[in-house]
Design a binder for this molecule. Structure first.
Ligand code: SAM
Ligand code: DTB
Ligand code: SF4
Length: 336
């Protein structure tokens, strides 16, 4: 087959028009492509939709830490595992505001507040709404990840000015039950519908490197890519194996498989921001560069994720400079 014929067969110059009718076999076939073909296709799509050198930066803060009743096998914050994570009740508002201010000064455009709830009670949501208003007033985009939402809660978050809600599907529908038993895939999809229904942008992705198969990774991306509309933000996390959790000894995943996951997310969800998420502390600069080439255009930025480490801002700034990357412009500052 000539190079031109091959290009046509593989649809290497694919358009970046979003599709919602991906079959699982198609997503699996993307994963099976030779690495160069997959990366060429993903990068071609990326350049049609985004400035390939701009990267969106989100900073995380755990506003309520540990003692979570859920049994997510990867998570250091579950009350069921002895991980040594220090528990904290809800952080005071002034500490959250100070952290958001620091994140903005360091160059973040979005501030994501995470809480170790199965889902907040209405009374627990109340002080978080104030946090969202205050962070928004600093001119940052706001994101929250609080677990399952009950009816009406997404609307209250929207009214407080929440831009994004993060709620991950974590893996394929089939593998999910091996990782979490205390809430179902359907519960998660219901929360995502509530978020969408309230007009809040959806941040939804998952974790790779938990011992799942390539078919499971394709299954996760297939579920995401057949949502209409696609999640605006798709975090791809590499498992951070935390001692004390059931997945402490899982992984590591072949780094090229991580890059493939980024590339398949980029091809199947051409207009979504794909975030190179947890796991970066263990990635080489070369691996991160490959991820950016494959279509990643967002990172968690700041020394800490929720409870585990992340590259420090100086290291990220050096990496950006070496690669000619720059931060994507964020939301304009809120008008006072
Ligand atoms: N409790 C809420 C929930 O589960 O939706 C919000 C916080 S929870 C920690 C947010 C996400 O972090 C999880 O859905 C999971 O995808 C990710 N996560 C947690 N622990 C992780 C780990 N050890 N490695 C990679 N990602 C992790
Ligand atoms: C997401 O997909 N990854 C972030 C964020 N959304 C909330 C969390 C990663 C957590 C990694 C383990 C920890 O630091 O506790
Ligand atoms: Fe709790 Fe969220 Fe961790 Fe699951 S991922 S144990 S729900 S904090």
């Amino acid at each position: 087959m000539s190079a031109l014929e091959k290009e046509t067969t593989l649809n290497l110059n694919a358009t970046a028009e979003p599709r919602y009718d991906w079959t699982r076999a198609e997503v699996e076939a993307l994963y099976e492509l030779p690495f160069n073909d997959l990366l060429f296709r993903a990068h071609s799509v990326h350049r049609q939709t985004f400035d390939p050198n701009a990267v969106q930066t989100s900073t995380l803060l755990s506003i309520k830490t540990g003692a979570c009743p859920e049994d997510c096998a990867y998570c250091p914050q579950s009350v069921r595992f002895d991980t040594g994570v220090e528990r904290h009740e809800l952080m005071p508002l002034d500490e959250v505001r100070a952290a958001a201010r620091r994140a903005k000064e360091a160059g973040a455009t979005r501030f994501c507040m995470g809480a170790s709830y199965r889902g907040p009670k209405d009374s627990q949501l109340e002080p978080i709404l104030t946090m969202i208003e205050e962070v928004k007033a600093l001119g940052l985009e706001t994101c929250a990840t609080l677990g399952l939402l009950r009816p009406g809660q997404a609307e209250r978050l929207a009214a407080a000015g929440l831009d994004y809600y993060n709620h991950n599907l974590d893996s394929s529908p089939e593998f999910y039950g091996k990782i979490i038993t205390t809430r179902t895939y359907a519960d998660r999809l219901e929360t995502l519908e509530r978020v969408r229904g309230a007009g809040v942008k959806v941040c939804c992705g998952g974790i790779v490197g938990m011992g799942e198969t390539r078919a499971d990774r394709a299954g996760l991306l297939h579920t995401l890519a057949t949502m209409n509309p696609h999640p605006e933000s798709v975090p791809i996390n590499e498992l951070v194996p935390v001692p004390g959790t059931p997945l402490a000894a899982a992984g590591p995943l072949d780094p090229f498989e991580f890059v493939r996951s980024i590339a398949v997310a980029r091809v199947t969800m051409p207009r979504s921001h794909v975030r190179l998420s947890a796991g970066r502390s263990d990635f080489t600069d070369e691996l991160q560069a490959l991820c950016f080439f494959a279509g990643a255009n967002s990172i968690f930025y700041g020394e800490k994720l929720l409870t585990t480490g992340n590259p420090d801002t100086a290291a990220d700034q050096r990496l950006f400079a070496r690669l000619g990357l720059y931060p994507e412009r964020g939301a304009p500052p809120a008008v006072a």
